[in-house]
Design a protein around this ligand. Structure first.
Ligand SMILES: Nc1nc2c(ncn2[C@@H]2O[C@H](COP(=O)(O)OP(=O)(O)OP(=O)(O)O)[C@@H](O)[C@H]2O)c(=O)[nH]1
Ligand SMILES: [Mg+2]
Length: 424
């Protein structure tokens, strides 16, 4: 991560403590050791692997006579570098300000103490007040903007829902191959039967953390022609800064709409299991712990088969109730993608989505089918045909898909709650 943030690591110092030292993070002896190292190796930046309380940060800066940067600042920096879209940018900016605001006081207190302040209300104090209110104003502005983005996303999702297509979301630790899988699953070679429109370019992947910040959704066709939406999103990491989770709510909310989570694990990572647990924890914090989830053990091309099987075995033993049969894949070689798709297909067939269909009068056998196999909640007749709202078995989604009602609902404010529409 330090490299991704543009730093050149020269070494790592560790210490085992039950709790970080309240004043200077590491113990006194370790601190002296680090100070010696700084002088010896001409180090200009020290990075801590935890978020530092503002006071702690100030103490460390002073002790080490250089800039101490914490884990959160590094992650925020990488996010800021990567943010390409408007949505990504404003979310990162909000996270940065939320992170900076409580730290401003210490910055200016430091300024006062080192001679900047005269009396009790030195220039530092007034500058601090000015900075603070400027940042607060910007935070309010950003939050308003993000709220707009959120509502827009909600509308898009709602429209999608009316289309009735199931949504599978790729989640996982950063750099495990989520975007590569999205590309592989929706690429033409795996979509031989697709009559889909010209394809969008491949989404960006790279061997670095947080390459993807914006959720991207594509249509995938599984066996039998059923279409499933697959979305990609920002990767997780241990000790994901709270400011980021809060700021990226609009992006992460996309996950709550998913019908199925594809939890991708990098099996070549020696910490694969810990990473999987961190992802499970993060999903828990986002209230997604109970979503149906399929573990996807990726990068199989790069791991000895023995290791893969051993990991698969351990993962199966620790499988949670909401977790389906895990699959082993390689986004690189395409290995296992067929099995993954078949798994998704099986899952899609086993659930009963709620749909709204408009069946032309000349296809009345489909109305019969809906009544025999599904659960119609409301039926009505219009100039377009028989309109039915209700649930159908997943295996019939393909049959009814051409008749899904995808018209924008007229006369309704798009922001309002889904109208409880009477048909007929
Ligand atoms: N050998 C091998 N490498 C893979 C595989 N899948 C992805 N990679 C590589 O792993 C790196 C990360 O892939 P991405 O698809 O960007 O990973 P991601 O999970 O989207 O990462 P973030 O968006 O940064 O969180 C890239 O260098 C990929 O080429 C695979 O199946 N096998
Ligand atoms: Mg990605």
């Amino acid at each position: 991560m330090c490299e991704s943030a543009g730093l050149e690591p020269v070494g790592r110092v560790t210490q085992r403590l039950a709790h970080p030292h309240p004043k200077h993070y590491v113990g006194r002896g370790k601190l002296e050791e680090i100070k010696e190292r700084i002088a010896l190796d001409a180090i200009d930046v020290v990075v801590t692997d935890d978020e530092l309380a503002p006071r702690m940060q100030a103490t460390l800066d002073e002790e080490m006579k250089l800039k101490v940067v914490d884990r959160t600042a590094v992650i925020l920096d990488i996010f800021a570098q990567r943010a390409r879209t408007h949505e990504g940018r404003i979310q990162v900016e909000l996270a940065q300000y939320e992170f900076t605001l409580p730290r401003l006081r210490t910055i200016w207190e430091e300024f006062d103490r080192t001679g900047g302040g005269i009396g009790t209300r030195g220039p530092g104090q007034t500058q601090l007040e000015r900075d603070r209110s400027r940042i607060r104003r910007r935070i309010t502005q950003l939050k308003r903007e993000i709220e707009r983005v959120r509502q827009h996303r909600q509308r898009v999702r709602r429209r999608r829902r009316q289309g009735g297509m199931p949504l599978a979301a790729l989640v996982g630790y950063t750099n495990v191959g989520k975007t590569s899988l999205l590309n592989a699953l929706t690429s033409p070679s795996t979509q031989r039967f697709s009559k889909a429109a010209p394809r969008s370019p491949q989404a960006r992947t790279a061997d670095a953390p947080f390459v993807t910040l914006d959720p991207l959704t594509r249509v995938m066709e599984v066996d039998g022609g059923q279409q499933v939406l697959v979305s990609d999103t920002v990767g997780f990491i241990s000790k994901l800064p709270h400011a980021l989770v809060a700021a990226f709510r609009a992006t992460l909310e996309e996950l709550s709409e998913a019908d199925l989570l594809l939890h991708v694990v990098d099996i070549t990572d020696e910490r694969a299991e810990q990473c999987a647990d961190i992802v499970r924890e993060t999903l828990g914090e986002l209230d997604l712990a109970d979503k149906p989830t399929m573990l996807v053990l990726n990068k199989a091309d790069n791991a000895p088969i023995g290791d893969v099987l051993a990991l698969l075995d351990r993962i199966k033993r620790g499988q949670r109730e909401n977790e389906l049969e895990p699959v082993v894949t390689s986004a690189e070689t395409g290995e296992g993608l067929g099995i993954l798709k078949a798994g998704i297909e099986r899952w899609v067939s086993s659930r009963s989505p709620r749909v709204h269909v408009v069946i032309p009068y000349e296809r009345s056998e489909l109305v019969d089918l809906f009544y025999r196999r599904g659960h119609p909640a409301r039926t009505g007749y219009s100039e377009r045909g028989t309109e039915i709202e209700g649930t159908i078995p997943g295996s019939l989604v393909r049959v009814f898909q051409p008749y899904f009602d995808v018209r924008p609902r007229s006369g309704q404010g798009e922001d309002g709650p889904l109208p409880d529409r009477r048909l007929g």
